[in-house]
Design a protein around this ligand. Structure first.
Ligand code: AMP
Length: 426
């Protein structure tokens, strides 16, 4: 029978990589605490309508990439392609506007998009997501970018560039739409089919078309920044000025657009060279009209999502390893089969003292147990033979120096803790 493999676009994160993920999430949790974000856990599936209205019908995600199905009760359900819409749904559903504002929320988990898989692009991928909900201040925009940069800094990443743009607001965007449409109209026939279809519905999206021909055609397109109203201009200047003052490498990118009415003002991406074609490590922006689009009151918000796979690829590309994969401190070896329960008790006691400890369960000969200890990188081996059982001691071998000594078994944990950390209580 043919062996069943994982579906295209999914991947198993194996043991030599999963510890890096744990490190990324630990750092995210620490930064979240330092910046005042609270974690929330949201459903992996939602009503399809949430994403149609919350991301927008005319986006690639909603048009082509959603995993949508009818459940057994004939409801249209979608596996979430991102978290922002769910965050806002949760905020509105739980009347979080009654809590002190702004509300800083973060979450993480798998997202699903039917995209063409390649390095750094998967159909099931993981994001960490940070949102500041409830305030229109540009300082909130700045803080979300600062949050992501702090996460990357603590992960040891460098050479990151912030691309930023403003997509204006319902007051100034229609003006820009017309300016842009006039620019495109003369050459409309030269654009790809998708762009031609979008021309009326969503002309701003023509700017972020990946087709090289379309890119060339819009190279000298007028910039949104030149059409901003006074309020949006001030907002943009405050964010970019703040970014320069915190030392971020910032570039204004006219192509960064979210062509829907509920995305307002700031749009940004953070790029890492190590990622190749899929070089966006983070995407974010402001969405002051999203809550209304999903049936709520007016609630401003801003936030970002960053792909964990891409963070890990960048960590690997920059050799920014968080030390080494966790290793076992102590491996307990038995020199006689009669010592195996004593070995289990010793392993139990070592673990209770905070050490990582392990032993063999398969009846390997002593030599094979020693080999296993060295394969898993144990720093110390505890040896229990007939003499040690009789005398209540244990032989402790330092696997780095090869030195061995005999220690009373009741003192083994403290002795090893000192050897490993310089402290008798690890
Ligand atoms: P977006 O929600 O499209 O703004 O994406 C935010 C971030 O999620 C991107 O910058 C990537 O780091 C990550 N991301 C988006 N789509 C994928 C995907 N298909 N596979 C892996 N990571 C992704």
């Amino acid at each position: 029978m043919e062996m069943i493999k994982a579906p295209r676009g999914t991947r198993d994160v194996l043991g030599d990589e999963s510890w890096k993920w744990a490190h990324v999430l630990k750092v995210c949790g620490e930064v979240a605490r330092d910046f005042g974000f609270r974690e929330i856990l949201l459903p992996i599936f939602e009503h399809t309508e949430l994403f149609c209205r919350g991301i927008g019908d005319a986006t690639d995600i909603v048009e082509k990439e959603m995993y949508t199905f009818l459940d057994k009760g004939d409801r249209s359900i979608t596996l979430r392609p991102e978290l922002t819409a769910s965050m806002m749904r949760s905020y509105v559903e739980h009347d979080m506007n009654r809590l002190p504002q702004p509300l800083k929320l973060w979450g993480w988990g798998p997202m699903f998009r039917y995209e063409r898989p390649q390095k750094g692009r998967y159909r099931q991928f993981y994001q960490v997501d940070f949102e500041i909900i409830g305030v229109p201040s540009p300082l909130a925009d700045l803080e979300t970018i600062d949050t992501s940069m702090e996460i990357y800094r603590r992960l040891g990443l460098s050479n990151l560039q912030v691309l930023i743009n403003s997509v204006g607001c319902p007051k100034c965007r229609p003006v820009y739409r017309e300016v842009l449409k006039q620019f495109i109209a003369d050459r409309l026939g030269d654009f790809c089919e998708t762009c031609q279809n979008r021309f009326d519905r969503n002309p701003l999206r023509v700017l972020d078309c990946k087709n090289p021909g379309c890119k060339e055609l819009t190279e000298n397109a007028p910039s949104m920044i030149d059409s901003l109203c006074e309020e949006c201009r001030e907002h943009f200047d405050t964010v970019t000025d703040g970014l320069n003052r915190i030392g971020a490498d910032v570039r204004v990118d006219n192509r960064l657009v979210r062509g829907l009415d509920y995305y307002t003002k700031t749009a940004y991406e953070i790029l890492a060279g190590e990622l190749g074609a899929q070089n966006a490590m983070c995407g974010g922006g402001r969405y002051d009209n999203l809550a209304e689009a999903i049936g709520g009151p007016h609630v401003p918000g801003v936030g970002f999502a960053s792909g964990i796979e891409r963070i890990v690829i960048t960590m690997e590309g920059q050799n920014a390893y968080p030390g080494e994969a966790p290793k076992t401190d102590v491996f307990v070896v038995t020199a006689t089969p009669g010592a195996s329960t004593d070995a289990a008790v010793l392993v139990h006691n070592l673990r209770s003292a905070g050490l990582s400890a392990d032993m063999d369960f398969t009846g390997r000969a002593m030599k094979a147990q020693m080999k296993l200890a060295s394969q898993i990188g144990a720093r110390f081996v505890c040896i229990l033979g007939e003499d040690e059982i009789k005398s209540g001691t244990v032989g402790i071998k330092d696997m780095t120096t090869g030195e061995q000594e005999s220690v009373a078994r009741k003192d083994a944990s403290a002795h090893l803790a000192v050897a490993l950390t310089g402290n008798p209580h690890k």
